[in-house]
Write a protein that binds this ligand. Sequence first.
Ligand code: PEP
Ligand code: MG
Length: 618
Amino acid sequence: MGETRVINAELRGIGVARGIAIGRAHLLAPSELEIKQYNVQRADVLHEVARLNNAFSLVRAELEELRSTVSADAPGEVKAFLDLHRMILDDSLLCDAPRDLVRSRLINAEWALTIQLEELCRQFDAIDDEYFSSRSLDVRQVVERVLRRLAGGRPAVAMLPRQLAEGERLVLVAHDLAPADVLQLKERAGVNLAGFVSEAGGPTSHTAILARSLGLPALLGVAEARESIAEGDLVVLDSDGGRLIVNPDSALLETYRQRIQEEGLHRAELRKLKGRIARTADGIPVQLLANIEMPEDARDALEAGADGVGLFRSEFLFMNRDQLPSEDEQFEAYAKVARSMKGKPVVIRTLDIGADKVLTSSARLSLGMLPGDGIEEPNPALGLRAIRYCLAYPELFLTQLRAILRASSQGTVRILVPMLAHVHEIEEAMAFVARAKEQLKDRRQKFDARVAVGGMIEVPAAALTLPAFVSRLKFLSIGTNDLIQYTLAIDRNDSAVAHLYDHLHPAVLQLIHRTIRTGEKARVPVSVCGEMAGDVVLAELLLGMGLRQFSMNPSQLLTVKQRVFELSTRTAARLAARVLRSHDPIEIRRAIERGSANGRAAPRPPLPVAPALAQLSP
Ligand code: PEP
Ligand code: MG
């Protein structure tokens, strides 16, 4: 394969997490990740069962054909392996159980098959025996073949990553990776995972955010990646430069190895700032907080010297599992973060499930389905997401609120409600908090009765009706990732429109400024917790708009801190005034660039300037 491949072939994409990864490419089969799940009408059950039967027959024939083509001198294990797969395929636990699931739960064939697969693998994994754990891999491979047939595709490619030589790591290449997939892959591949590439995805998709928080170099929106990269190719993933080099020659490889070393030295320099309080050159203190996804990430927040956790995306605790976390499990997770931050504020966002962050099918079933639930939403980003989801499932919401409230007895905890657009949503959310408090009082469990409840400003409707928000909430947090998505009507996960996702669009800037100013007047603290807060190039503009609380991925915190020391609020205010007067994207970008050039050489930004603007560059 290697000899016929082009050396130093370059692919472009959106680099979403800092760093460089060098590794062997592993191409993920689409059916490993893209399993459609939907409900079927009772009248369609027979059809769905027939699809299953047909797919099983095709795989049976496929295995038989494979067996007949095995050459006589092939090692005996090859035939044994195929026989084993045939046995698994015919086992009633695999071929009968999904049919029953289709009938009893009215779900599609793929969904039923994956539920049963997870059940079988869970049973295998529970047996502490290497032989049985490797059998669960065989079951997965067989199911993979069936799923491929259900999707009308060709026989499956091997699902297992290739064998790695000593010291080698993997760069995964897929069409699309949901956040849940990334978590799973990281778990499966462990330290062997060096980074990933996907054809789909935008710079502020949750997949991108997760890559940043896992410290995994990643490149999204790489057109035709799977056509251009072959299994096992050596690749250099340069996330900072937004490029992927396929089959690099030794000189290029060496250059990148040196850059990895330099990055390490630069990070060591930054770490010296950890203990210092962030203050502008004219002495104004600025709070730099951390965004975290899992309780363990609190360690990164502390290591970066964060002033607290400005956003704990609690929904990641709920993903990739068939049973939702109980109140006690949630309490432990939230309390762990609250305790480890030692009195520093910890803002826990209530469940923001929906859109690209989905619960497993079993978890959703366990909630009891709403009418129409389980049927794929036509526009999930505009659908049952975040507070809408919580209000639709009161028990889910109450359980979480009780757990957060209980954790408030262990530190300085605040509750943040995502995606609010209507006054009645704020009021309903507050009523739920009050009910959760009553329940805890009845149980005589401790909580901080004055726990602050705040709201995210991430829907333009909220940013345009701020008086209703500041009069009811104790703090606001601007979620610029969604605010941009909903203001510009750009799906943040869609690589086809990623070039239009522009954080410097005047409409976006006006809404951010409006929110900061209204909060200031009403004495309601406002932070920015979207990716803009961690973009060092934008620090001066946000500071100039009056922002004093920035919440970001811990990996970006020290770079932004270094920048804050260089900035003066007076100059920043002049820059912001100039930018806010303009409706011309090129003028806005030039003003910001001039601002950065006035400081010491600004480190490379963690996010590219909006691609739309980059194209307008003279
Ligand atoms: C945002 O929308 O900016 C935000 C911080 O929330 P999330 O990225 O989790 O949607
Ligand atoms: Mg959001």
